[in-house]
Design a protein around this ligand. Sequence first.
Ligand code: EPZ
Length: 482
Amino acid sequence: MSDGLGSDFRRNFAAESASLLDIGLYGNAAAGPQPGPDRVKRAASGRQAGGASMDRIRIVGGQRLTGTIPISGAKNATLPLMIASLLTEDTLILENVPRLVDVIQLQRILGNHGVDVLIAGKRPGDDPNQGRTIHISAKHIVDTTAPYDLVSKMRASFWVVAPLVARMGEAKVSMPGGCAIGTRPVDFLIMALEKLGVEIEIEGGYVIARARKGLRGGEIVFPKVTVGGTHTALMAASLANGTTVIENAAREPEVGDVADCLNKMGAKISGAGTSRIVVEGVARLHGARHAVLPDRIETGTYAMAVAMTGGDVLLQNARPELLQSALDVLAQTGTSVTPTNEGIRIARNGLELAPVEVTTAPFPGFPTDLQAQLMALMSRADGTSHITETIFENRFMHVQELARLGARIQLDGETATIEGVNRLKGAPVMATDLRASVSLVIAALAAEGETMVNRVYHLDRGFERLEDKLARCGAAIERISA
Ligand code: EPZ
C-alpha cells in the first residue's frame, strides 16, 4: 500500500467511522434487510462530548424468543489479531470482523502508529450475517507512542507495546489506568517483556520499552493466568532471537486463534491452548489471511437470554467447544442445549429454571465474562444459587441494578447468593460496564412492563447489532436517543 493512499485513506476512514457511529454501526449494506420498523426504532443519537452515544434501550418484557441469531466474530480475538498486524510490513487480512466500537477505537490507535486499515466492501454472494473483511497494513510505523487519550479508552490497546518493541526496538505506551471491574494492573505483561530482554522504564504514566538489539528468547512463568499477558508474550516472542517457553499460559480460545494467525504469518508456536506454550523466534513475519473465530461470550449471552424468556433459538456459527463449561451450567438449569451442524440450538419450554452453584475460572472453567448474565438468569430460578467471582475483584456492579428490577441478591465477599423470584418488574437501570449492561437486557426481557437501560454505549463496545438480533427473534426492544 503506497503512502499516497495514506492520508486520503485516513480522511475516508474518519468519515467511515463517524458514519458508522452515527447510524449506530448498523447501516452496513452487507447486513441485509432490517426487521420491521415497529420493533426497532432508531432516532438520531444524541452525543456526549468525545463521541460516546447517550443512546438508551427500551425493552418491554414477556416475549418468548424464537428464530435464529447469527453469532459474530469474537471481540476478544479481533483486538489482539489487529494488534498482531504491527509485527509485519505485509498486509494482514482478517475476515469475520465484528462491527463494534472497540474495533473502531483500535483502528484509531493503529492509525496513530501509521497503520492503514481498508474495510472491504460488499462482494457478490456475501453472507449478510458474516462479519467484514479488513486489510491491515503496518508497512510504515511512523510513531511508536500510544498516547493516554487513546489507550485510556480501551485497555487492550496497551498490548501494542509487544509488537512495537519487538519490531521497532522501542515503544512508549500509556498505562491503561483503572477499570470498573477491578484494578487490572499490567505487571505480568511487563514482567514477560523483561524476560525477553526488554528494558522497561515507567515514567509519567507511560511504559517506555527498549530493546535496541532486539529481543531474546526466555522463560516466562505467569504467577496467575493472564489472557493479555499470554497475547503479549506470544507476539513479542515470535520475533525474538531464540526459544521462549511460557508456563501457566492462558488457554482461552482467543489465545489459540492468535497463535493460529501468527503461525500463518510465519511464526513457530506450539502448545497454544495448553498451559505450556513454546515459541521459536523468527527474523521476520509475513502477511496472511485469517478468519476470526465466533464469539463465545456473545453465544453464552444469547443462550442465557433464551433460557430467561423461554423459547427456541438457533445460535448460528456458534461452536460448543468454545464455551462447554457455560453450556453445561445452562443444561443444569433445565435448558435444552443441542449442538447442530449450523451452531447450537437453545430451548426452554415451560420448565422452571433450576438453581446452580458456579465459580468463575480461566478457560476451560466458567468465564467471568458470562458471570453477570448468569446472575440475571438465576434471579428467576426456582431456588437459591451461588456465584463466586475469582478473576476480577469488583465485578458485581450489576447487582444493585438487577435489584431495581426486583432481583434478590446478597453479596458476601467474592460470592453472590441469588434467591430466585417469581417475577421481575421493569424499571430504569444504568449500564456500568460491557457485560453488566447485557445482564440488565437479559433481566428486562423477562420483566413485566418497560425497562429503560441507560448508557448503552457500554453495550456497543462488545455486542454487534444486539437489538436487531433480539428483535428478529420476537423481543420488544428499541434503541432511542437521549
Ligand atoms: C481479557 O482481559 C479479556 N479482555 C476480558 O474480557 C476477560 O474478562 C479477561 O481476559 C479474563 O478472561 C480482552 O480480551 C480484550 P487477564 P485481560 O489478564 O487480558 C490480573 C470483556 O468483557 N492481572 O486475564 O485484561 C487481572 O487483574 C473483558 O470482554 C494482573 O494482576 O485479563 C485479573 O484479576 C473484560 N497483572 C487477572 O489477572 C497483570 O499484568 C486476569 O486478567 C495482568 C492481569
